[in-house]
Ligand binder design. Structure first.
Ligand SMILES: Nc1ncnc2c1ncn2[C@@H]1O[C@H](COP(=O)(O)OP(=O)(O)OP(=O)(O)O)[C@@H](O)[C@H]1O
Ligand SMILES: [Mg+2]
Length: 254
């Protein structure tokens, strides 16, 4: 059964960057899941879903509904499970990637969420590590798409909003009964050494900060894969230390 890590936090704090960089250190087989409808993680990993003829869960649902004329009834959802692996799972030597995807119709993301939620217990059996990148904010916790988490990493920026956010994360996961083994706090690149005092006082295990990395910033600006970042870059080194603090065995990067 996979060790499941989830990266969560407020908008723009560095959740996706953390997942993309952490993925380089964890042993295969590993599955990366992009829960953000904005589906930016594929780009950050250097994956062109279109070119590999991989679709997203939302895309698959749209196609299935268009063909059958039925939108998200139980039978349609059951049929989707068998095609999810073949159509939505991007596979490579380094990692597999599953993307929730953008919807271009009116309505919530309940149906794609349900498809992913039902598929997860089966998928977890095939991997040693599963890394989940969440959309900004709290709603994904209420949606309870991933309900059994080994390591919940809450990425924070130096603000009172992030302090309150950590409290809300704790309250929601308690209220909706999400199981987790560890809740880790990670300070983002905007923290000073002085600000870190604030992070240490939070209810959760503080693992340290991710250093500012101008090269990573440039990679994200140019849409370049974070799998090509040099091993000695500040973000790479910080994430490696954070993973070790969380008890992960870090592999050498490819
Ligand atoms: N260590 C770092 N050094 C410099 N810039 C960074 C670092 N980590 C993240 N960034 C920058 O911060 C911005 C947001 O990062 P990222 O997309 O990972 O955040 P996010 O929390 O996933 O955002 P969203 O809420 O939109 O999903 C990016 O432009 C990225 O380049
Ligand atoms: Mg993101």
């Amino acid at each position: 059964m996979a060790r499941v890590m989830v990266s969560t936090g407020r908008g723009g704090v560095g959740k996706s960057t953390f997942v993309a960089v952490a993925a380089r250190y964890l042993a295969s087989p590993k599955l990366i899941i992009d829960l953000d409808p904005d589906e930016s993680l594929a780009d950050m990993l250097g994956v062109d879903l279109g070119e590999s003829e991989t679709t997203t869960i939302s895309g698959l649902l749209y196609e299935a509904a268009a063909v059958s004329g039925r939108a998200g009834d139980d039978k349609l959802l059951r049929e989707m499970h068998s095609t999810l692996r073949s159509r939505c799972l991007y596979r490579s030597r380094d990692f597999d990637l599953l993307t929730l995807g953008t919807k271009f119709t009116v309505g919530c993301y309940c149906t794609p969420d349900t498809v992913l939620k039902d598929a997860l217990p089966h998928l977890l059996q095939d991997y040693e590590h599963v890394l989940v990148d969440s959309p900004a904010g709290l709603e994904h916790l209420n949606r309870k798409v991933v309900s059994d988490i080994t390591d919940l990493f809450v990425i924070i920026d130096p603000s009172d909003k992030s302090v309150k956010h950590v409290g809300r994360v704790q309250d929601i996961i308690g209220a909706v009964d999400i199981h987790y083994a560890h809740l880790y706090i990670v300070a983002n690149y905007r923290f000073t050494a002085e600000d870190e005092e604030l992070a240490r006082r939070l209810d959760g295990t503080y693992l340290g900060k991710i250093n500012y990395d101008p090269e990573l910033k440039r990679y994200n600006l140019e849409g370049k894969s974070l799998f090509e970042l040099p091993n000695e870059s500040p973000a790479m080194v910080s994430v490696r230390t954070i993973l070790q603090q969380a008890g992960y065995t870090v592999s050498e990067c490819t």
